[in-house]
Design a protein around this ligand. Structure first.
Ligand code: ADP
Length: 477
C-alpha cells in the first residue's frame, strides 16, 4: 500500500511513488510513499493559507487537546514507532525508541505552552493611554526537515508551529518518510481541522523548491545542509519572509590533562560515533592536550574495539549502518582525504560485512591531525573523528573556536577554572562539560552560531520567538 500525502484534510495518492529502504538490509522495503509534485505543494500551501484565519483564532483548549492527544499516542506507540524509525534511518532500536519518546515529550511540552500564552500590559509614556504587547501567529509555516532525526526534528518544528496558531506545509526528507507520515496521521486523527497541517513528501528540488518560491509561505524553518540552507535564505529574502536555519557542525570536544580519562573516553565515543556520527551535534574534532594525549588515544582504541556495529534492529547493536550509499561514499571519500592530508588512520576505516546487505562502516579515528586539514574543517556526517594534539588549555580553546561552525562544544576536565572559562568563551550555541557534545534536552533552547544556524532558537519557550510575531497595541483610556 502506498502511503499518501495529506492535502487539505484529504489523503492524496499522486501519480508517482518512491520506496523507503532499510539501510541495515537493503532487501527490506520499509514502505512505499506517494511522491508529491510541485502542483501538490502549491495545493498544500493554498490549503494552509485558507485554514489560517480560523486556526489562528482557535481556542487554546482545542489546540491543547490535539497536541496532548498526539503526545499520548506517540508515547503509547513508542516501541512500534521507534522500530519504524530504526528501520528507515539505521540508528539503533534504543536510539529510535529514545527519539520517539522525545517527540512525545515535545508535543506534551507544547500542549502545555498553549495554556500559558501571555502578553504584557504596560503604561504608555503618555498619560491616559494603555499599551498591550501580544504575540500573534505568523501565518503559513513551511517546514523542511533532514533524514537524521526522522521524528524529533519534525516534532520540534510542527508542535510549536501549531501551538502558536500557525498552519503548516511539511516536507520531510525523502530517505525517511515513514516517521513523518506516522506523526501527521496521528495529528490528523487527533482532530486537526482540514488544511491546518499538510504533508508533501517528495524531492527537495521539486517540492522544497516550490515552497521556497511561494509568496504564500510566511516563514520557513529548515534543518539540513549548508548549501540548501543558503537557498532557503536567499529565497526568503526575496519574499521578505521569516526564516530559521539549522545546518552543519564541526563540533570540538576538548580533553585536558586533568580530565577523568573514563569520562573523557565515554563522552568522546558517544559524541563521535553514536547514531553513526550522523548528528549535527556530533564531535569530529577531539582536541587533546599533550599530557593525556597518548593515554587518551590508547583508551579510545580499546573502547572502539568493543563497539558492536550491526543491524540497527538487532539486540546488542551499538552502532547501526550509515543511512545510504551516497552518505557512505562521502564518509569513505573523507577517510581517503584524511590519509592524503597526512593524518594517521589509527583505528577503523574499513567497510564491514554483516548477515544482511547494508551500509556498514567501522568507526574511524585519525590521529596526528591538524585543524587546517579538510577533515577538521568540513562536516563529514559519519562515524569519523580526528584527534588534534595541542599544548595546553589556551591553545585548545583557540583551536576549538577556529571553525566556520558553532553549534555545540564540549570539554572534559576536572578543573572548575577551565570548565567555567570554557563555558564563557566557547563560540557555540551549546556547551557541554564532561558530557557528549550531542544529546540535548527537549525543553531548553537548541541552536548554534556562525555557519551552523540562523535566526532564533528552536525548542522550549524560546521557540515562540520564531513562531510568533509581536504586536504592540495602544488604547486611549
Ligand atoms: P541532507 O544532506 O541532510 O540531505 P539537504 O539540505 O540536501 O541535506 O536536505 C535537507 C532537506 O532539504 C530535505 O528535506 C531535502 O529534500 C530538502 N531540500 C533539498 N534541496 C532543496 C531545495 N532546493 N529547496 C528546498 N528544499 C530542499
Amino acid at each position: 500500500m502506498v502511503q499518501k500525502n495529506l492535502i487539505d484534510g484529504e489523503w492524496i495518492a499522486g501519480s508517482e511513488a518512491f520506496r523507503n529502504i532499510n539501510p541495515s538490509d537493503t532487501n527490506d522495503v520499509v514502505g512505499e510513499y506517494a511522491r508529491a509534485s510541485a502542483e501538490d505543494a502549491r495545493a498544500a500551501i493554498a490549503a494552509a493559507k485558507a485554514a489560517f484565519p480560523a486556526w489562528s483564532r482557535s481556542g487554546i483548549l482545542e489546540r491543547h487537546a490535539i497536541l496532548r492527544k498526539t503526545a499520548d499516542e506517540i508515547l503509547a506507540r513508542k516501541d512500534e514507532l521507534g522500530k519504524l524509525l530504526s528501520r528507515e534511518e539505521g540508528k539503533t532500536l534504543a536510539e529510535g525508541i529514545g527519539e520517539t519518546v522525545r517527540a512525545g515529550q515535545i508535543f506534551d511540552f507544547f500542549a502545555g505552552e498553549c495554556l500559558r500564552l501571555a502578553g504584557e500590559v504596560l503604561p504608555s509614556a503618555r498619560p491616559n493611554i494603555g499599551v498591550e504587547i501580544t504575540r500573534e501567529p505568523i501565518g503559513v509555516v513551511g517546514i523542511i526537515t533532514p533524514w537524521n532525526f526522522p521524528i524529533a526534528i519534525p516534532a520540534w518544528k510542527i508542535a510549536p508551529a501549531l501551538c502558536y496558531g500557525n498552519t503548516v506545509v511539511f516536507k520531510p526528507a525523502e530517505l525517511v518518510p515513514g516517521s513523518s507520515w506516522a506523526i501527521v496521521d496521528i495529528l490528523h486523527r487527533a482532530g486537526l481541522p482540514k488544511g491546518v497541517l499538510n504533508l508533501v513528501m517528495g524531492k527537495g528540488s521539486v517540492v522544497g523548491q516550490a515552497m521556497l518560491d511561494s509568496p504564500d509561505i510566511h516563514a520557513i524553518t529548515f534543518t539540513g545542509s549548508t548549501g540548501t540552507g543558503k537557498r532557503v535564505a536567499l529565497a526568503s529574502v526575496e519574499h521578505n519572509r521569516k526564516y530559521q536555519l539549522e545546518m552543519g557542525g564541526k563540533n570540538p570536544f576538548v580533553v585536558l590533562d586533568d580530565a577523568d580519562l573514563k569520562v573523557a573516553v565515554e563522552a568522546a565515543v558517544n559524541s563521535a560515533f553514536f547514531s553513526t556520527g550522523q548528528r549535527c551535534t556530533a564531535s569530529s574534532r577531539l582536541i587533546v592536550t599533550e599530557g593525556i594525549h597518548d593515554r587518551f588515544v590508547a583508551a579510545m582504541g580499546e573502547r572502539m574495539k568493543g563497539l558492536v556495529i550491526d543491524d540497527a534492529l538487532k539486540a546488542g547493536t551499538q552502532i547501526g549502518p550509515v543511512v545510504d550509499e551516497s552518505q557512505l561514499n562521502q564518509d569513505t571519500d573523507y577517510i581517503a582525504i584524511g590519509r592524503q592530508e597526512g593524518a594517521k588512520l589509527a583505528f577503523g576505516g574499513e567497510l564491514l560485512k554483516r548477515d544482511t546487505p547494508g551500509f556498514y562502516l567501522q568507526p574511524t579515528l585519525f590521529t596526528e591531525a591538524t585543524n587546517a586539514m579538510r577533515i577538521s574543517r568540513e562536516e563529514i556526517f559519519g562515524p569519523v573523528a580526528s584527534v588534534i594534539r595541542v599544548k595546553d588549555y589556551d591553545e585548545a580553546l583557540i583551536v576549538a573556536n577556529d571553525t566556520p561552525f558553532g553549534l555545540s562544544s564540549g570539554i572534559a576536565t576536572t578543573s572548575l577554572k577551565h570548565a567555567t572559562h570554557f563555558k564563557r568563551n566557547a563560540d557555540a550555541g551549546m556547551v557541554m562539560v564532561n558530557l557528549p557534545t550531542a544529546g540535548v534536552d527537549f525543553h531548553v533552547p537548541f541552536g548554534g552560531r556562525k555557519g551552523s544556524s540562523h535566526g532564533s532558537r528552536e525548542q522550549g519557550r524560546y521557540a515562540a520567538e520564531f513562531y510568533t510575531t509581536v504586536k504592540t497595541a495602544y488604547t486611549l483610556a
